[in-house]
Ligand binder design. Structure first.
Ligand code: HEM
Length: 407
């Protein structure tokens, strides 16, 4: 494959396979780059990214509601009538709100996701990981994506939402459709719309019940927000689905990209296997930094603002590249080396500022438990494929499969 020389080629096959050379060039040559192909700014330096994300007054998160431009990459023209519904749904997500609405919505859900509250979920996560590994251990091989990384987050989130066990498969089907939100395929609006409608139909009656009889699950927290007048019904439904939007593919990618990084660095894997208990937390942070689950995310300029010597105008859209900032030599020593004992490790893989990932502690618990269990149970694990493929997404760094083998 020939290396892409076009700085705008965010979706070129070699860039999807390995975005780091392009991101390094952007960071060195044009750190606040105007991407003419997709009409957006691309910000790659750590300092610029952190400044921008913390400056929520100048850089709005209401990307979907504000941005009327056609989606990129393009969708099938025959599906454009679905765009309005998808935008209306996504525009109500917490991550799309600016202050003051964001602060009051986040206050409703904050308690449920504190580090202490998520620590209480660790035994559940550990048991689920053990169950998935029990299924495959004697076979000597698995697709770590299909058999572990994909089912684990859905199992945890459906439990948090209070979804009965018998409905888990249905929710998994819906979650798979919702994943199209981050894809580049031209037909993506079809499955996405089915996923959104399916979620609304499924969650609506559950919310009705929680309003009458609250329990301690996450739907009851949202229903409480509706009773208190912070959320309207649509926002409750959207934000219930948001857990699947936000916590599924992200965690899946942490598990796959992290495991791949560990296996591609045998010295680090040996170090980890020798003491999983000691390294689980630091190694998970390094996995998050080195090959982040979310490559980039978006903002819209709320006013004219200068960044890195470039003039950004109100209404311009901006992509901040987490995967580039995390490898900025100005912020990290030897940024391209994978070091499971790296400390400090101020990566931006979980965002920064007021939209800092709500599920950060949960994602960490899941990563730590998975990597630790694999190191303890399958220390001789190795890659079982010379060719790995990624989804064609600018936002997510998503492997399609991760075949592994052990003896
Ligand atoms: C490794 C896994 C994860 C990664 C890498 C990740 C990454 C991120 C990032 C980068 C943001 C900031 C987006 C922005 O500022 O535009 C974010 C926000 C968010 N994340 Fe995560 N996330 C992960 C897991 C989760 C999980 C498990 C959940 C919930 C169950 C979750 C729920 C959210 C929510 C609700 C927001 C929006 C917060 C707000 O706007 O205040 N995430 N996440």
């Amino acid at each position: 494959m020939t290396a892409t020389t076009d700085l705008d080629a965010l979706f070129a096959p070699d860039v999807i396979a390995d975005p780091y050379p392009l991101f390094a060039r952007l960071r060195d040559e044009d750190p606040v780059h105007w991407n003419a192909a997709y009409q957006l700014w691309v910000v790659t330096r750590y300092e610029d990214v952190v400044w921008m994300v913390r400056n929520h007054e100048a850089f709005s998160s209401a990307v979907i509601r504000t941005d009327e431009r056609p989606p990129y990459p393009p969708v099938n023209p025959g599906d454009l009538h679905l765009l309005h519904g998808v935008r209306a749904f996504r525009g109500d997500q917490l991550v799309e709100q600016d202050r003051p609405a964001h602060a009051s919505m986040r206050a409703v859900v904050h308690e449920f996701f504190t580090p202490g509250a998520m620590e209480a979920w660790r035994p559940f996560v550990r048991a689920a990981v053990a169950e998935f590994l029990d299924e495959v251990q004697d076979k000597g091989h698995m697709d770590a994506h299909r058999d572990l990384a994909a089912p684990l987050p859905v199992r945890v989130i459906t439990q948090m939402m209070g979804v009965p066990e018998r409905d888990r498969d249905h929710l998994r089907d819906l979650a798979d459709k919702l994943l199209y939100i981050n894809r580049g395929e031209p037909h993506r609006l079809q499955p996405l719309t089915e996923g959104i409608r399916g979620m609304i139909d499924y969650v609506s009656p559950l919310v009705d019940r929680r309003i009458d009889t609250p329990t301690n699950d996450f739907l009851s927290v949202l229903a409480g927000g509706e009773s208190a007048g912070v959320f309207d019904r649509n926002q409750v439904l959207v934000n219930a689905a948001l857990l699947l939007f936000a916590g599924h593919e992200t965690t899946m990618n942490l598990i796959c990209n992290g495991l791949l990084a560990l296996l591609n660095h045998p010295d680090q894997w040996a170090r980890f296997v020798a003491n999983p208990e000691r390294y689980a937390r630091l190694a998970t942070e390094e996995c998050l930094r080195f090959d982040p689950p979310v490559k980039s995310t978006q903002r819209i300029a709320a006013r004219d603002v200068e960044l890195g010597g470039r003039q950004i105008h109100a209404g311009d859209r901006i992509r901040w590249i987490i995967a580039a900032a995390n490898r900025d030599p100005a912020a990290f020593e030897n940024p391209d080396s994978f070091d499971i004992a790296r400390q400090p490790n101020p990566h931006v893989s979980l965002g920064a500022g007021i939209h800092y990932c709500l599920g950060a502690s949960l994602a960490r618990v899941e990563g730590q438990e998975v990597f630790r269990a694999i190191a303890e149970r399958l220390p001789g694990i190795r890659l079982d494929s010379a060719h790995l493929e990624y989804e064609p997404s600018i936002q997510f760094r998503s492997l399609r499969a991760l075949p592994v083998r052990w003896t």
